[in-house]
Structures are given as structure tokens and as C-alpha cells.
Design a protein. Structure first.
Lengths: 181, 256, 363
């Protein structure tokens, strides 16, 4: 098993922490894991992305030419990474702010309207875990119990009170993701 | 010269035990020898010869380690207070002091010196201020007086061209971490006695964990000033002391 | 998993944990991207409350390396970390530390230069790390980690080598290794050396205060008599020959039957190991030689591969071509040696490297 994921969007959308939860979940499942972020000022409001690799054997490169899965949270990232999804791979995107939808026909495409759903529920903080839930529904690479453990590991103790909400968001993300192609 | 045996009962003055037999390279009339002697005496009197680490500078006193029989670290130009900071923090039981001139301390090393003082490092700086770069051949230093002729101010220090001298000790007195700041000289026997007391007080201050201490010694460089030793002392008193007045500038305890 | 402490950590964070755990006595640093997590993590760990390790934020890199000099002179296990522009500022101090023959550890988490450059990963400081940086004939022992685990392991190894040879050691990492998270197994906590142990190890030279010792210990790099200064240089050079003889480390991946060899270190080597997998799938016999020590450079295995008849070498670096010079010296004209690199914080991916390899060597 080897899964290479790119998560890309705006800084502040929780891109890096979503990757971190996924990476920790992988650790809980005894996978080899790499988490390779873009970093620096671009984290403060510009575009941000992180490459996560989960594998049951030694991971050679933490940097990839192409990805098994792409989780896309803004137009710039869609433009940049649509072509980098492996044929047969998957692309998940939030339609919020997307003006040009992906056009590839050799990959599976999903939408998840997590931004709208969070606005409806009045809780923007659950955005990234909701998206993660959608991804895990489509690609259950890690067992849900390990995801919950990973979530706990990736949060500081003072934030553990938010665990039930996040668990619910992950579950709900699985409900609202839709396959378009 | 034949060795002359001096009987103990006739001995009225001796070289301090911690001054080595190495022949000093300082020019006749230089203040360094006197200050070295005071440092050696105070360390001996405090019983700290086994627990002292000196940090020597780049400048005339670069070889201080050859003359005082304790452990020494020879620092890069200006960096003595950074070197001393770590040596002291890692060995708080030791007396750690730097010995620096005005070029080393107030020019290239101003940053390290001020920050060590601001942090309240429990170290002592002995600062020999003779207003000139002695070792490199008498160039202008930050403390060179206005109008003073040096190799790089051949027509006298002109503030338009060379900027103003500054009183780093007075400046450092504003720092909370610096608790004992004094300005001394060694050009008369009385001044030597006072200076020794100040060095002792500074060493005690640092061993008590009371922050940073600076003993500035307004000093002569008769070679660099191109004066005889006696004339240099007189010139210093008439010209240097009015700009760099002698006495304690600050003596306090670390703020809570 | 309980007894082995497996953590998911950034390379920079792990440097801090490894330092505390290997019994480091002092860290002196100054913030700079992309390595600030080292000091941040140390400050969070508060090791002065547990092991007694000193951690101090200095006012500049110039000051921090001179604090390292002062600490090293007293025989303590001391270190600093920085990134490229900061290491430039430290270079004078490193020359002094090397010349005074003092042990210490410096971590350079490289970013793209020259000048202020960028904060993205680069390997543009190979020359600086391996060929001097500061003035005079000296060398650092240079370790190039390619994983977060090696970031951890090389802290202990770096200190061991530094004390063995009384010479500064450097971990030459880059922004990618520093910012990347991977699984890491943390070493058990080692106690810091007691003063007795320190004296047994370093008592002959460390400026600990004379104590009962009769002779002064003096740490200096000054010797105005040229005849003596030459002798000091000769002694240092003899030490470097010994280091070159004994301490070269490298990893070979699929080199046995390889027609083409990629030479790459650090994060580049990780990327190139994927290139090897891709090439092999296409039936192209490519191997990877990864220098683990950059100084001493693993000349012998490269020479041996060249002698075996490898058809070409590609030195893949995040720079304009620095290590390639050492590869050429090792190959000595027996095979073509090419360079492929990106600069300024840009990275190549495994496919880019494969394309370049085909273009430059397989025609």
C-alpha cells in the first residue's frame, strides 16, 4: 500500500493540520509516513500545500511528481495540481470559490461543499476535518479508530475538548461528499 | 645580571604569585601591566586561582593568557563577552571575566558587550580605554577624543568626518542587567589602590550572582599617543579624564 | 511501541529532542527560517529543569557561535543551529573553533541563496560547509541527513565525532528535511557528563578553571611565530587525513549492477531514490550513491564504481553544481560526470531527475 496525497488551498484553511491528522493516523496504523509542507510567509494567507505519503514500506521520496489523491480547496491549487493526479487517481474539491471545474476524464472527481456546510452549521473550525472525512470515505486508507487516535495525537491537550465535534465533522464529511465523475 | 637572593624579612614588594615569569610584551609605560597585576592580586586574594577563567581579546592584551596563571580562552575580535557568557553559564561556580580594550569592546564588540550586560550575565569586563588601537599601530577608536591625532585621524578627530567619541560605560549604566559600572585609572599609586578595590568589588559582584559588572580603566598608550610615559599620564589626566570622569557610575542590585 | 518511543516530528523539532537526550550541555542560537523550531522546541522542553542543559537565545549568529566557542572551550557538549545566511555570519567563529581544536556541533538547515535569498530548501552551502566557509586551512566534519531519523541520529554521532577529533561537526540539512515530518524513534535519555567525567575526557585542554592542575589550559588559535603556526597546521592536516581515512560514510542503493550512478545527498538523495525505482521499472540500471559524510567525502566507493565501468555519473544537487567537483575528482576522468540541479529554493521531483539522467547520460 502506498498513497501519495496532496492537500492544497489557502493558508488558514487548515491544510497543514489536515495533513498532520492524516499523517498521525498513518502512524497509528503502523505505516511509514512523510508530511512535507510548503512553508514560510505563504502560510500566512497565501497558498499552502502539504504532501502526505502513507506506505507500508520505506518511503523513498517525500516529494512526488504525481499524486494518487488531490484535495483541493481553491482555484489556484486546482489549476496547479489537476494535471498532477495519476490516471485513475482521485481529485476532491470544495466548490466554494471554484470558477473553472476540473476537466479531466481519466480520474475520479468528487466535490464536497464543506465551506457551505460549515457556514450553515455556524462552525467554520470543523472545515478541514469535514473535508478529511470526505476523503476517508472515498479512500479508506486508514481505519477510523486510527484516524480518531491520530486526531487526538495531532491536537494539543488543551484542544481535546473539541475531539467529539471533530469526530462528528469527519463522519459528516463522509455523508456530504459527492462523486461527479 | 647575577641573581640576588632576597631574604624574606627584607622583602617589601613582590610580583603577585599569579603573574607568570613570561616577559611582558607591553611597551614601557603601558597601563596593561599594572591592571594585569591588580587582576592577579585580586584573584589570589579571593582564593579563586583554581576557579578563574579569563577571556582575552584581540588587541594589545591578546596575550594576557601568558601573563596571568589561570585558564584562558582567547576570543575572536570583539566576541569576548559572548565567549564569557557561555563559559560562565555552563560553569556558574567559576569566576569568568573578559579583558578588553576600547577597539575590541566599544567598536567591533559593542553588540556582544551590551547584550551580555543587558542579559545580566554574571561576568566581569575589565575595559582598558586608551582611546586608540594600540596593536595595529595607533588608529582611531570609538573613544578617541575630538581633535586627537591618530594614524587614521592624522589631522585630529573631526566629528564631521569621523563622528563623535562615545561613553559606553555611561550608556551601559542604563541597562538593568548591569549592576556595577565604574570608571577607574592606574596613573597614580592612589588611583591604583582604588582601581584594585573596584576590581575586587566587581569580581565579588559576579560571584554573588548579581549580574554584569564593568570596570573601565582610563589608560594611556604612550607609544600610540607618541608621548613619554610621564607626559602620557599628564595628557590623560588633562584630556581624557574630563571626558571620561572617574568614579562609580552605578552600583546596585539586579531588579526583581 | 511503548518501550520504543516512536514519534511523528519535524526534522527541526527532532534536533532539539536529540540534543537533550544525548546529554548536550548547552545550545546557543538565533532565530532564522527555516530552522527556528530547533530553539522553539528547546525552550518548550525546558531542559534546564531536567538535565541542566543551558539554552540561550543570543543577539546574533555571531554571538551564538562565539558562545559555542566559549562553551566548547570549557569541555562542554555545546551546539547551535542556523540557516545559510546565519551560518555565513558564523563562519569566522567556526574557523576559530577549528583552529583552537574544540568540539562542537552546528546544524545548518540550508535555504536558497545567495544573499538573503529565499527560505525554501537548498543545498547551496556545500562549498561553504566542506571547503571552508571561514578563513584558513580547516575542515568541519559534515554529516548530511536524508531523513528525520537521521536528523536525530546525527546529533549524537556529530558530538561523538567532534569529541573524538576535537573538531567542529556540522549537520548539513536543508529546509525540506527540517520542515518535513516523519516517524522517528527517539533515543533514551542519556545523563549529561559529570564534571569528573568531563575532566577525564577533556581535562588536558578544557578551560575548566585550574583547580588542582599545575599547568594553565589555554584555548587559543593565535601563534605569531610562523614556524610554530606551520607546525600547528601540519598537526591539523594530519588529523584531517585520519578523519578522511576513518570516517567516510555513505549508502549505496542498487549500485551493484548499475550502469549509471546518481550521486546525491540529503533531501536530494531521497528524491533520487524514487528516481532509481522509476528507472529500474523501465529497465534502466540506475543506482544511487548517497554520501552521508560530505567531509570526509566518500571518494573510494565512487572511484571503485568508476573503475568497475559505470557509464556515467549524475551529481544531483539543489545548487548550481558544487559536490559535482568532488565526484569528478573521485572519478578522475574514467566516466562522464554531469550535474543536475535546481536553485533558489526550487526542488526537482523524481521524474525530473530521470529525464535529466536520460538526457545527459543515456543517449
Amino acid at each position: 500500500m502506498k498513497e501519495t496525497i496532496i492537500i492544497a488551498g489557502f493558508g488558514g484553511q487548515g491544510v497543514l493540520s489536515m495533513g498532520k491528522i492524516l499523517a498521525y493516523s498513518g502512524v497509528m496504523q503502523d505505516f511509514e509516513v512523510t508530511w512535507m509542507p510548503s512553508y514560510g510567509p505563504e502560510m500566512r494567507g497565501g497558498t499552502a500545500n502539504v504532501t502526505v505519503v502513507l506506505s507500508d514500506s520505506r518511503i523513498s521520496s517525500p516529494i512526488a511528481s504525481e499524486f494518487d489523491s488531490a484535495i483541493i480547496l481553491n482555484q489556484q491549487s486546482l489549476d496547479k495540481f489537476e494535471s498532477k493526479v495519476k490516471p485513475g487517481g482521485i481529485l476532491i474539491y470544495d466548490t466554494n470559490g471554484i470558477t473553472h471545474a476540473p476537466t479531466r476524464t481519466d480520474i475520479s472527481i468528487y466535490t464536497i461543499d464543506a465551506a457551505a456546510e460549515c457556514a450553515r452549521l455556524g462552525n467554520a473550525k470543523m472545515f478541514n476535518t469535514m473535508i478529511l472525512g470526505g476523503y476517508l470515505k472515498v479512500k479508506p486508507v486508514v481505519k477510523m479508530e486510527n484516524v480518531m487516535e491520530g486526531l487526538k495525537k495531532s491536537l494539543p491537550e488543551r484542544a481535546w475538548k473539541l475531539l467529539p465535534q471533530n469526530e462528528e465533522a469527519i463522519r459528516h464529511g463522509g455523508e456530504i461528499i459527492k462523486q461527479v465523475r | 645580571m647575577a641573581e640576588v637572593e632576597i631574604k624574606a624579612e627584607n622583602l617589601v614588594y613582590g610580583k603577585p604569585r599569579l603573574i607568570t615569569d613570561e616577559v611582558m610584551h607591553y611597551c614601557p609605560g603601558c597601563s596593561h601591566g599594572t591592571v594585569h597585576k591588580l587582576v592577579a592580586e585580586v584573584i589570589e586574594e579571593m582564593g579563586l586561582e583554581g576557579a578563574s577563567v579569563g577571556v582575552s581579546p584581540v588587541g594589545c592584551s591578546v596575550f594576557a593568557y601568558r601573563y596571568i596563571d589561570i585558564d584562558w580562552i582567547e576570543a575572536a575580535h570583539g566576541r569576548a563577552c559572548a565567549v564569557a557568557t557561555a563559559a560562565k553559564r555552563l560553569n556558574p561556580q567559576n569566576l569568568v571575566f573578559t579583558y578588553q580594550g576600547d577597539g575590541d569592546l566599544a567598536a567591533i564588540g559593542a553588540g556582544e558587550t551590551i547584550h551580555a550586560a543587558a542579559r545580566g550575565e554574571n561576568i566581569v569586563t575589565i575595559f582598558i580605554n586608551n582611546a586608540i588601537y594600540g596593536m595595529t599601530g595607533g588608529q582611531m577608536s570609538p573613544t578617541t577624543l575630538l581633535g586627537m591625532k591618530t594614524a587614521t585621524t592624522p589631522y585630529g578627530r573631526d566629528p564631521q568626518l569621523n563622528g563623535f567619541p562615545y561613553k559606553i560605560a555611561d550608556m551601559m549604566a542604563h541597562l538593568d542587567g548591569a549592576t556595577y559600572i565604574t570608571r577607574q585609572s592606574v596613573h597614580t599609586p592612589a588611583a591604583v589602590r582604588k582601581c584594585k578595590k573596584a576590581i575586587r568589588k566587581a569580581f565579588e559582584n559576579s560571584m554573588a550572582g548579581n549580574g554584569y559588572s564593568l570596570v573601565e580603566v582610563v589608560a594611556t598608550c604612550n607609544s600610540g599617543w607618541k608621548l613619554s610615559p610621564v607626559a602620557a599620564n599628564k595628557w590623560m589626566e588633562e584630556n581624557m579624564v574630563p571626558v571620561y570622569p572617574l568614579g562609580d557610575i552605578k552600583s546596585t542590585t539586579l531588579p526583581k | 511501541m511503548a518501550d520504543k518511543e516512536v514519534k511523528l516530528m519535524k526534522g527541526n523539532e527532532v534536533i532539539a529532542h536529540a540534543a537533550v537526550r544525548c546529554g548536550c550541555d548547552g545550545y546557543f542560537g538565533y532565530p532564522i527560517t527555516p530552522q527556528s523550531e530547533v530553539m522553539e522546541t528547546l525552550m518548550e522542553l525546558e531542559p534546564w529543569k531536567t538535565t541542566g542543559m543551558v539554552v540561550l537565545q543570543a543577539e546574533s549568529e555571531v554571538s551564538s557561535i562565539n558562545m559555542v566557542y566559549g562553551g566548547a572551550a570549557t569541555g562542554k557538549k555545546v551546539m547551535t543551529s542556523s540557516s545559510s545566511p546565519g551560518v555565513s555570519l558564523m563562519s569566522e567563529g567556526l574557523s576559530y573553533i577549528a583552529a583552537s581544536e574544540l568540539p562542537c556541533l552546528v546544524v545548518n538547515c540550508q535555504r536558497g541563496g545567495p544573499g538573503l535569498g529565499t527560505i525554501q530548501p537548498s543545498q547551496g552551502d556545500y562549498f561553504q560547509a566542506c571547503k571552508g566557509g571561514g578563513h584558513g586551512d580547516y575542515h568541519l566534519i559534515v554529516l548530511a541527513p536524508a531523513s528525520v531519523q537521521e536528523m536525530h541520529d546525527f546529533v549524537g554521532l556529530g558530538f561523538d565525532l567532534a569529541f573524538k577529533y576535537r573538531n567542529p561537526a556540522m549537520i548539513l540539512a536543508d529546509g525540506a528535511i527540517g520542515q518535513m515530518m516523519e516517524k522517528v524513534v527517539l533515543a533514551p535519555q542519556q545523563p549529561r557528563r559529570t564534571q569528573e567525567e568531563l575532566l577525564a575526557q577533556c581535562g588536558k585542554w578544557a578551560t575548566t578553571g585550574k583547580g588542582e592542575r599545575k599547568e594553565q589550559n589555554i584555548c587559543t588559535s593565535l601563534e605569531l611565530q610562523s614556524e610554530l603556526m606551520e607546525k600547528i597546521n601540519e598537526r591539523m592536516q594530519a588529523k584531517y587525513r585520519e578523519i578522511e581515512q576513518n570516517e567516510a560514510r555513505w549508502e549505496e542503493i542498487e549500485c551493484e549492477d548499475a550502469d549509471y550512478i546518481i550521486v546525491a545527498f540529503g533531501s536530494s538523495a531521497r528524491i533520487c531514490s524514487a528516481t532509481v525505482e522509476m528507472a529500474r521499472k523501465e529497465g534502466l540500471k540506475v543506482g544511487l550513491l548517497r554520501p552521508i559524510t560530505l567531509y570526509p567525502f566518500p571518494t573510494k566507493p565512487i572511484e571503485a564504481l568508476a573503475e568497475r565501468g559505470v557509464k556515467g555519473f549524475l551529481s544531483v544537487e539543489l545548487n548550481a553544481g558544487q559536490m559535482v567537483e568532488d565526484v569528478r575528482l573521485a572519478v578522475e576522468g574514467k566516466a562522464p560526470v554531469k550535474h543536475y540541479g535546481r536553485m533558489g529554493g526550487m526542488m526537482f521531483n523524481p521524474q525530473d531527475v530521470l529525464d535529466e539522467l536520460k538526457d545527459k547520460l543515456v543517449k
